[in-house]
Design a protein around this ligand. Structure first.
Ligand SMILES: *[C@@H]1O[C@H](CO)[C@@H](O)[C@H](O)[C@H]1NC(C)=O
Length: 555
């Protein structure tokens, strides 16, 4: 009896000690914020204890890095907290600081309420992880935000993110369900490679390689055209049923090259480059209906699916990556520029229209032989692409032609941000600086910027166009438009703990969707910041991937 009771006591005491250990050690894996520091100091009765531990952690981290012969990342200049937001916004510097404050707000909300989840629900103040990355908690916002934090000089935040990536980023272990190969590539591989490019911290490169390796089974098809989805637990890859009967999608398999080539270049392992080269070989041999490239391709038969064409969803970044692959290799491989020129010329012939009343140019979608007079927010990225092309053309005629086209598309997309639903009486959100997911040109005499696609989910493409146009033309209106957008975000999207999408931009008050998309931090805030900062991330040194992650031009 006594022995038995003794043993029970042992178990209780032992269990208690284990519990205490877990509690204590878990402290160090919490995101750092003022509240936890405060409460910890209260309980431990040792003011500054956490700071000491953080410093020790950091020291150990750097020792580890040094042992592995990887130089610790150089620190960008730190800004004082007091400098943020309180210097007025009349100068570019003031505007940059305001945008930095918005970025910090979005990050802090995520850190406090959703750390480790993919995204934040800023009203509910909880994590949001059901998206293009399955159901797993993969920290998409952290990886997507890293280079923006670095560029803005938000050093402390960057270090928190860096540490999470080193300790906790593990897609193999944490992924659940199907991941989009494309999204995982542009956000995770792209974000990690960009963080590496900026800091030369080898940990990011190793993580990028790790993620890319997990995607490789998706390329095991008859043609080498990869599947859209991959389950990392089972390694099983598949396509969406809705994609023209299980086809792969042009914008997805056509937007791997910048990341995969850079990864091969950095690691010396040619396998990634070989995968994308195989895709190019298949595409080069295929017949292009009237010079256009359809958005669906069957990865088993190597035949096109339905004859649908677009400058927007399902196609967009394919064109972008042709141009940028040519640029990032120092314009050495003329094939990419040729493929780009061929398809763009065909699209100008078949898909570029001008509205009757206001003479706005836009790219329509083609569904078979039917023309859909609708331009998507996503397609507005093309303003930036044409501006970048124009700057890099050798012939003055081509420079002029594509710069004009870029400015025209930039203007059309601005109209979608500045017009309201003609039926609404009150001033709408769209009149104040952010526009809808898509806008239609309905009939002969009138452009109705209304459609079922009335929502705005914090997307960057319209702004991205103005960013390139500003850098190339220095026309002040692009900065004005960008600032209107920043103010519209502040007024309509800023909610409890971050920024939210809006369900109807034609309403006068916002109905929020309660999702802070990770691309707000990767792209929208980065382009907003850089449009007011001409001295960093110069376009003859850097190429941005389609998630605004930056890779250096390899001359
Ligand atoms: C990476 O790119 C640089 C610059 O073009 C080049 O000199 C180098 O040989 C490349 N490395 C590999 C492994 O391809």
């Amino acid at each position: 009896m006594t022995a038995c009771r003794l043993r029970e006591t042992h178990v209780v005491v032992f269990g208690f000690i284990v519990l205490m250990c877990i509690c204590f050690s878990s402290i160090f894996y919490l995101p750092k914020n003022e509240e936890t520091i405060f409460s910890l100091e209260l309980h431990s009765g040792r003011p500054g204890a956490r700071h000491v531990n953080v410093a020790r952690d950091q020291k150990a981290l750097y020792e580890k890095i040094e042992k592995a012969n990887i130089p610790p990342p150089p620190m960008p200049e730190t800004i004082k907290e007091s400098q943020i937001a309180d210097m007025g916004t009349s100068t570019p510097e003031g505007k940059r600081n305001k945008i930095k404050e918005m970025m910090k707000f979005a990050w802090d909300g995520y850190r406090q309420y959703a750390w480790g989840s993919n995204e934040l629900k800023p009203i509910s103040k909880i994590g949001h992880s059901s998206s293009v990355f399955g159901r797993g908690e993969l920290g998409a916002t952290i990886v997507d935000a890293l280079d923006t934090l670095w560029i803005m000089g938000l050093t402390k935040e960057f270090e928190e993110g860096r540490k999470w990536v080193e300790m906790s980023l593990d897609l193999k272990k944490n992924a659940r369900g199907d991941l989009s190969v494309f999204e995982t590539n542009i956000r995770f591989v792209g974000g990690l490679l960009s963080a590496y490019a900026l800091t030369k911290d080898g940990m990011f490169l190793r993580k990028a390689e790790e993620v890319a390796n997990l995607l490789l089974p998706a390329f095991e098809t008859t043609t080498g055209i990869p599947f859209s989805l991959i389950n990392l637990q089972t390694g099983r890859a598949s396509n969406y049923g809705w994609a023209s009967g299980g086809c792969s999608i042009l914008s997805e398999f056509g937007s791997l090259q910048l990341e995969f080539d850079y990864l091969s270049n950095l690691t010396g392992n040619p396998v990634y480059s070989q995968k994308v080269e195989k895709i190019n070989n298949v595409l080069a041999q295929l017949d292009k209906p009237e010079g256009l490239v359809p958005m669906y391709l069957n990865p088993h038969t190597g035949k096109w699916g339905s004859r649908d064409f677009s400058m927007g969803a399902m196609a967009d970044s394919y064109y972008e990556y042709l141009l940028k692959t040519w640029l990032i290799e120092g314009k050495k491989n003329k094939n990419y520029k040729q493929w780009y020129d061929d398809v763009i010329k065909a699209m100008e012939n078949k898909m570029l229209y001008r509205s009757k009343r206001d003479k706005l140019q836009y790219f329509a979608n083609l569904k078979g032989s039917r023309v859909e007079h609708k331009m998507e927010h996503l397609a507005c990225f093309s303003a930036g692409m044409f501006a970048l092309q124009a700057k890099n053309e050798a012939s003055p005629d081509a420079r002029k032609h594509y710069m004009t086209l870029a400015e025209e598309i930039g203007r059309t997309c601005h109209e979608s941000y500045a017009r309201s639903n003609t039926l609404s009486i009150a001033v709408s959100i769209a009149e104040l600086g952010v526009g809808p997911e898509a806008f239609q040109f309905l009939n002969e005499n009138e452009e109705a910027m209304t459609s079922r696609d009335k929502y705005y989910i914090l997307r960057p493409e319209v702004l991205e166009g103005w960013f390139y146009l500003w850098r190339m033309t220095k026309d002040e209106k692009y900065r004005r438009w960008a600032w209107d957008m920043a103010e519209a975000l502040e007024k309509n999207s800023r909610v409890g703990a971050g920024f939210s999408g809006i369900r109807d931009v034609y309403a006068s008050t916002p109905d929020h969707d309660d999702v802070q998309q990770s691309f707000l931090l990767a792209e929208t805030f980065k382009y907003l910041y850089l449009i007011f900062d001409d001295d960093s991330m110069k376009l003859d040194e850097w190429v941005f991937n389609t998630e605004a992650h930056a890779f250096p031009i390899r001359n």
